[in-house]
Design a protein. Structure first.
Length: 143
């Protein structure tokens, strides 16, 4: 979950039009008919929602008893009527893939630097400083 928080599957803003009446958010008025949008990139990088947002911290998803937190602000595949239809299949595939890879292989990332993966653009695909390239040395795990 932390990996998807830091680099969501979709980076684009999902455009919507304010309905036939004005909307109000905090001290802003959004006139009827105004195009609006939300992106998981900005939502997942909000310090008010995820303290120390630039730090990779998988523990943020567990409560003190070790049970997973349910987080209504986590939306790597978006939410509601615009949610990715294959989201549940994607989650299942991800769990199986990661478990299988970690069980069978050792991974080393000799030249990896966190700053190479900072998000630099928010288009349909997310751009990073290092162009999203992560070179790894992979070897069979010794039993």
């Amino acid at each position: 979950m932390e990996s998807l928080r830091m680099s969501p599957a979709l980076g684009t803003r999902m455009a919507r039009i304010a309905p036939g009446r004005d909307l109000f958010y905090q001290h802003w008025r959004i006139p009827a008919g105004t195009p609006v949008g939300m992106t998981p990139v900005l939502q997942h990088a909000d310090e008010a929602l995820y303290p120390d947002t630039r730090r990779f911290n998988p523990d943020r998803w567990l409560d003190l008893t070790g049970q997973p937190k349910l987080n209504k602000t986590f939306a790597p595949f978006l939410r509601g009527t615009r949610a990715y239809l294959g989201m549940h299949l994607a989650w299942a595939d991800t769990y199986l893939l990661v478990a299988g890879l970690v069980d069978r292989f050792d991974f080393r990332y000799p030249d990896a630097r966190a700053e190479d993966f900072e998000i630099t653009s928010d288009q349909f695909a997310i751009g990073t400083k290092g162009k999203g390239v992560l070179k790894a040395t992979v070897s069979l795990r010794n039993e």
